[in-house]
Design a protein around this ligand. Structure first.
Ligand code: BGC
Length: 698
């Protein structure tokens, strides 16, 4: 079926993209100059009503679509302008795949953050963008890049971790792939790291903390060319994010020179016409509530200056024109949606994102010749568990559960005995009779998701009892943990020999898991967030308070500052092989403020298996004039190494990436001090290589 025909079958509103005319007629990308002159031309021909029509979602169509089951059948649209041939926006989510039925379900963003592989993420974005465009969407809302400051946050799974540098690199990777097909939207701008109170909480963030911890990843996505940014539901420093002139006008559009448009989060992202329009909120989604007629009246009353409307429409048209060559691009095949290429990619990502946290006595990988009976225990082993059921829901055609994956991979010589673990006695007996036991535990959408947060950071009592019961009866009790963030494991982690963090691993997750368990794939994921030992190691969290302060420190920065020993540090992850780091060298020991440091390190696979290693580079600021983290991630890279092979990895650190935000001066400042640098396999590797360098002169 042709793309247009398919879109027709989707019903209401989905045909809007097919409007013939100025914007949809280009066959190749327009130059910047062409875009700007066509924007001016169009704007001059538009009436105030037509301009304002560009600035909010459809009313009836979108209400019907969302009532049908959000994102199930159709995109959420803004109206097309038929007179001028300007297509509407056709929005679709989400972070782990396209919401529309039948799409590829990738591992959640947190699992992808654990790959530390922005190039792989570009391939994921490319696949999602393809699937979105093939079904008529032209706008993708899935680049969620909020910081996980506390693992209770219910939507942690939708973002890439705790660190702004890692999140920024992954977000930029994703949007680069997406934007080969659709406009991408980075969200939620900003400080949206609690869910239950998101519609009323006032998040207080000091200016320096905002600039250094909660915004850099948005800047990275802006620099990578993201077409749009979605404002967050929460208030930030007293203003709703969608009404926040400091965020939208001064920082995003001013300091960063963002050329795209801002959309509101859906429903309660705009609460006041004048405040939103004057602050620089360009599109109200999903439907016209405060814009439309109310916005026109505000313009007529002089409360919103007409140039503000022109500016918003300029931004919208600019991006529509930038992507206009894709409007009529043919060649999209529906067969590719959840087809072999994309599902293989989903599997590859799951393989690269799972993190081996513990492997004592090398109990993993399982050796088939030693195992006649394998017990697979726990309800989640036999449950489809791909993450939240809110706006990030994906409805893939199938999901390989852990049990199905293990059954398919085990081979004829291994008998699989499954027990749900509801009855601890029977699970323990099954574990006792088996040569090894795999216990699958973790969270589900009932524990964490959109609109609510995690009530407990450890597993349920029953799951912990199950693990302990298995540990007592089988020395090869391997724990596989599913979930979207950090889990506290202190009650049991010392009693079991092996722990594998599988996250919500997507539709191919069970297959990837089995490949890791049986050693066909060597695990290479690294934690994109700190796993604490206890809640004392975390910053304050409340999802009922009307106001909360996000301080400068969380995650590894907090652990370093306070001297905590986390359960598993940021960047940590084991492999079935071992790597040795050597020969750390810098191209200069002194660099200028405009300079770039080139760092090289040799990594050797000294074990017996091929593998991939994520190399991490951190920089500290001991001589700083201001309070700064002990160290911060500044570069990383992934290397594939055969046994015995050595490769050199080159990393770069720009002096400007070492700056702190000087609030008094309203400027970034690079200090002329000595900087220690460490390179290793995690933020707290034992065999770190270290060096120092200075920054001097402009
Ligand atoms: C979420 C956004 C999402 C939007 C539309 C909202 O509830 O907060 O992340 O993009 O719905 O799906």
């Amino acid at each position: 079926m042709d793309r247009r025909d398919f879109v027709k079958t989707l019903g209401t509103g989905a045909l809007l993209w097919a409007v013939p005319g100025a914007l949809s007629s280009t066959s190749s990308a327009l130059s910047q100059d062409q875009i700007e002159s066509r924007v001016k031309e169009l704007l001059a021909r538009m009436s105030l009503d037509e301009k304002i029509q560009q600035m909010s979602g459809e009313v009836l169509g979108n209400i019907v679509r969302m009532a049908e089951g959000y994102g199930k059948y159709d995109t959420v649209n803004t109206p097309a302008n038929r007179r001028l041939g300007i297509p509407g926006i056709r929005f679709i989510d989400g972070p782990r795949g396209v919401n529309l039925k039948g799409s590829t379900c990738f591992p959640v963003s947190m699992a992808r953050g654990a790959t530390w592989d922005p190039n792989l993420e570009t391939r994921v974005g490319e696949a999602m963008g393809y699937e979105a465009r093939a079904r008529g969407a032209n706008f993708y809302g899935g680049v969620c890049i909020n910081v996980v400051r506390h693992p209770s946050w219910g939507r942690s799974q939708e973002t890439f971790g705790e660190d702004p540098y890692l999140i920024g690199r992954m977000g930029a990777g994703m949007l680069t792939g997406l934007q080969n097909h659709v406009m991408a939207c980075a969200k939620h701008f900003a400080g949206n790291s609690i869910d239950k109170s998101r519609h009323f909480v006032n998040v207080r963030i000091a200016e320096r903390t905002l600039r250094e911890i909660y915004l850099p990843h948005f800047k990275t996505c802006v620099d990578a060319g993201v077409a749009s940014v979605m404002s967050a539901y929460n208030n930030l420093n007293g203003y709703l994010c969608g009404h926040n002139p400091h965020l939208l006008r001064e920082i995003l559009k001013g300091d960063w020179g963002f050329q795209g448009f801002v959309i509101s989060d859906f429903g309660l992202g705009v609460k006041d016409t004048v405040a939103a329009a004057n602050a620089g909120l360009d599109i109200e989604m999903p439907s016209t509530m405060h814009y439309g007629k109310k916005l026109k009246q505000a313009v007529l009353d002089g409360k919103v200056p007409e140039p503000a409307i022109d500016e918003a429409v300029t931004r919208i048209l600019r991006q529509k024109l930038r992507f206009s060559h894709l409007e009529d691009k043919g060649g999209y095949s529906l067969k590719k949606i959840a087809g072999p290429e994309h599902t293989a990619l989903a599997r590859e990502v799951a393989q690269k994102g799972m993190v081996l946290l513990k492997n004592e006595g090398l109990v993993l990988p399982l050796k088939r010749e030693q195992i006649k009976t394998l017990a697979v225990l726990g309800e989640l082993a036999d449950t489809i568990n791909i993450g939240d059921k809110g706006s990030s829901t994906v409805r893939p055609p199938y999901v390989i559960t852990p049990l199905a994956g293990i059954q398919a991979k085990a081979g004829n010589g291994v008998k699989i005995v499954y027990d749900s673990g509801q009855n601890l006695g029977s699970a323990q007996a099954a574990a006792k009779e088996a040569d090894a036991a795999i216990v699958v535990v973790g969270c589900t959408y009932q524990d964490e998701g959109e609109g609510y947060d995690r009530l407990r950071l450890s597993l349920s009592d029953h799951q912990e009892q199950l693990i302990l019961a298995v540990a007592k009866s089988n020395p090869r009790g391997i724990v596989v943990v599913e979930g979207g963030g950090a889990i506290i494991m202190e009650n049991w982690k010392d009693q079991v020999p092996a722990i594998l963090m599988a996250w919500y691993p997507g539709m191919e997750g069970g297959a990837a898991l089995a490949e890791i368990l049986f050693g066909e794939v060597n695990p290479s994921g690294k934690l994109p967030l700190t796993f604490p030992r206890s809640p004392d190691q975390l910053p304050f969290f409340s999802n009922t308070a009307k106001e909360i302060e996000y301080g400068y420190y969380h995650g590894y920065r907090l652990a370093d500052k306070k001297g905590f020993e986390p359960a598993f540090p940021f960047g940590f992850g084991l492999s079935y092989t071992q790597y040795q780091y050597s020969n750390l060298r810098l191209n200069q020991k002194e660099m200028r403020k405009s300079g770039t440091l080139e760092v090289k390190v040799d990594v050797t696979n000294v074990g017996q298996r091929a593998g991939e290693e994520v190399v991490q580079l951190y920089v500290g600021y001991p001589g700083s004039q201001v309070d700064r983290p002990v160290k911060e991630l500044k570069a990383f890279g992934r290397l594939a190494l055969e046994p015995g092979e050595t490769k050199t990895l080159s990393l770069e650190v720009k002096a400007q990436d070492l700056a702190y935000y000087n609030v008094e001066k309203g400027a970034w400042e690079i200090e002329e001090i000595q900087y220690p640098l460490q390179v290793g396999s995690s933020s707290r590797a034992r065999d770190l290589l270290t060096e120092t360098f200075r920054v001097t002169g402009a």
